[in-house]
Design a protein around this ligand. Structure first.
Ligand SMILES: [Zn+2]
Ligand SMILES: [Zn+2]
Length: 202
C-alpha cells in the first residue's frame, strides 16, 4: 500500500487524542470550558500547541456530543455555533469563500460567509481571491507548468506570496474578526505550497 500522508497524519492525531478519550464527559467539558477561557481575547495560529490540544479535545467532544449535554457553563461571551452547538471558535482558512469560517469542533461551517459584517466581508473576499490565485500555482497541470520558463521559480514565488498573505491574515484579518468573536484561529500553513508556520512572520 502506498503512503497517504493525510491518512497518516489523521492516525497520528487519533493516537494523540487518546488522552482525551480517557476523560469522562464532565472532565472533558470542564477542560474545554477552562481552555476556552484561556483562549479568549487573542488570535491564535492553528499551529499553536494550545490550539492543537483544544482541537483534539474538541474532536472527542464532538464524537460524544458533549456540548449538547450542557454539563458546564461555557465562558459567557462565546455564542453557540449553528453547526454543532459548540461554542463558536472560528477558524479562518484559505477556503473561506467556499466554506465560511470553519468550526474547530465539527470541521463544519461555524460562520457562513454571508454572516460576516458588510465592512469586513469585502476585505476577506479580496484576500481569499488573491490567495486562490497564488495557491493555484501549486496545482498547475503540465501544460501550465511548461508555459513558464521556470516552474520551480514560479512555485517559489507563489509560496513567498502565500507567506505574505497568510501573515496578513494573522496580522489584520484575524484581529478584525476578534472584534466579533471571543477568540479567533487562523490557518498558518499551506501544505500544497510547502509553507510552514515558521515561514510566516507576523
Ligand atoms: Zn461545529
Ligand atoms: Zn492545494
Amino acid at each position: 500500500m502506498g503512503h497517504d500522508p493525510e491518512m497518516e497524519i489523521d492516525s497520528l492525531w487519533n493516537e494523540y487524542g487518546e488522552v482525551f478519550r480517557e476523560f469522562d464527559d464532565l472532565t472533558l467539558a470542564r477542560w474545554m470550558a477552562q481552555t476556552l477561557g484561556q483562549l479568549r481575547g487573542r488570535v491564535w495560529r492553528l499551529s499553536h500547541p494550545l490550539v492543537g490540544c483544544y482541537r483534539l479535545a474538541a474532536r472527542t467532544a464532538n464524537e460524544r456530543q458533549v456540548w449538547l449535554k450542557r454539563l458546564v457553563v461555557v465562558p459567557a461571551d462565546y455564542p453557540e455555533s449553528a453547526c454543532c452547538r459548540a461554542p463558536v471558535l472560528p477558524l479562518l482558512t484559505r477556503d473561506v469563500l467556499q466554506c465560511g469560517l470553519g468550526c474547530l469542533h465539527c470541521d463544519g461551517t461555524a460562520v457562513p460567509l454571508d454572516e460576516l459584517p458588510p465592512d469586513l466581508l469585502p476585505m476577506i473576499t479580496d484576500w481569499a481571491e488573491q490567495y486562490e490565485k497564488v495557491h493555484a500555482v501549486a496545482h498547475w497541470d503540465q501544460a501550465q507548468q511548461s508555459s513558464v520558463a521556470d516552474y520551480d521559480q514560479e512555485f517559489d514565488a507563489a509560496a513567498e506570496k502565500a507567506e505574505e498573505l497568510l501573515s496578513l491574515a494573522g496580522r489584520v484579518l484575524a484581529p478584525r474578526l476578534l472584534e466579533l468573536y471571543p477568540a479567533v484561529v487562523w490557518e498558518d500553513q499551506d501544505e500544497c505550497l510547502e509553507v510552514q508556520p515558521e515561514d510566516i512572520k507576523l
